[in-house]
Design a protein around this ligand. Sequence first.
Ligand SMILES: Cc1cc2nc3c(=O)[nH]c(=O)nc-3n(C[C@H](O)[C@H](O)[C@H](O)COP(=O)(O)OP(=O)(O)OC[C@H]3O[C@@H](n4cnc5c(N)ncnc54)[C@H](O)[C@@H]3O)c2cc1C
Length: 383
Amino acid sequence: MRPLYSEQQEMLAATVREFAEKEISPRAAEVDESESFPLAQFKGLARLGLTGLTVDEAYGGSGGDYRDMMVVVEEVAAACGSTSTALITHVSLGSQPINQFGTDAQKKRWLPSLTAGEKIAAFALTEPQSGSDALGLTTNIVEDGDSYVMNGTKLFITNGGVADVFTVFVTQDRAAGYRGISAIAVEKGTPGFTVNPQHGKMGMRGCEAAELVFDNCRVPKENILGSPGGGYRIALKILDSSRIMIAAQCLGLARGALDAAISYARQRKAFGSVIGKKQAIQFMLADMATELDAARLLTFRAASLYDAGMPHSKEAAMAKLFASEAAGRIASKAVQIHGGAGYFRPSIVERIYRDQRVTEIYEGTSEIQRLVISRELLGDLPE
Ligand SMILES: Cc1cc2nc3c(=O)[nH]c(=O)nc-3n(C[C@H](O)[C@H](O)[C@H](O)COP(=O)(O)OP(=O)(O)OC[C@H]3O[C@@H](n4cnc5c(N)ncnc54)[C@H](O)[C@@H]3O)c2cc1C
């Protein structure tokens, strides 16, 4: 029993779990091995209305809140890390800038096909020379009539290889700092925009990471999201909420590892009995389950604050920090419980161990989460 959730959320979880067990889990190893985007799985999630969750129903979305999304993301991640990253990137990172900051015309233009899963969204902030330090971005726009002319390079962009609509963060005036940064929607196929696939990831290998190159790429001014110069605020706001979804993803990864470890401990024999009878194994399982529940409580609190429209920046950072690092410890123990069998593909725990690692890096590293938390604790410090 998971008394945190409403009856409706329990039903949602059961529906997604059934779909994930049938359609996502059986293909997870292949997605990982072949580094191929889980398109059929993504379309299946779309048929369930999940690619439009948390998006305004007036534009084809399914409504719902971040606690609903948390439940969905956990179930998908328990089945396949890559599919959950594709979903989070599409909904929480890629579609939300349009949903929250787009004009009516922009929403009508992009959201119906995104929520239906006919088109895929991505979010492009990171560059070769600026990751954690997003203010250092150099991809720039220059006004020219009704358009902006865009030049620069983005890196490590999830869904990049398959996305149709990208929210790209650019600067119009580097001297103006954060006030010079804008968010602009760029469509695949725009002349001067090239997508170069990036292969060789350790984990989350099915998410089609890409480098994006803008070479005198002309984008209509009407594609600016929010106001010119308002992009940095958009990036922070979107990351603050999407981090809650990374925390939820960690719950799924950790649960997948714990379930596999329990099942292995119940059947693997050593020294005349199943290893689940050894106290060393029992204590590892107890610690794993306790950390998973603690992570879930932090994530639920952050999602609840977000849903209530209350400040949630510190709590989202805490949830992401704790859940990602706990998932790392849980995945590591799950490999340990499997012994050598946990080290070879296609062991589920071997894949989760690799998939988990990036959750401590993307959408803000653990160090950046600690900065967010400590800044809020300390406030303005005297010299
Ligand atoms: C698989 C994957 C998918 C990704 N998907 C996307 C995406 O879809 N869109 C996107 O825009 N980006 C994406 N990223 C980029 C990701 O968000 C960045 O990699 C991340 O923010 C870290 O930036 P960086 O790699 O430049 O590391 P750096 O910022 O160079 O950091 C290097 C190290 O220094 C530490 N560090 C930096 N600054 C500080 C500080 N002030 N205090 C203490 N320590 C510090 C960092 O924590 C880290 O340990 C993705 C990355 C990966 C690996």
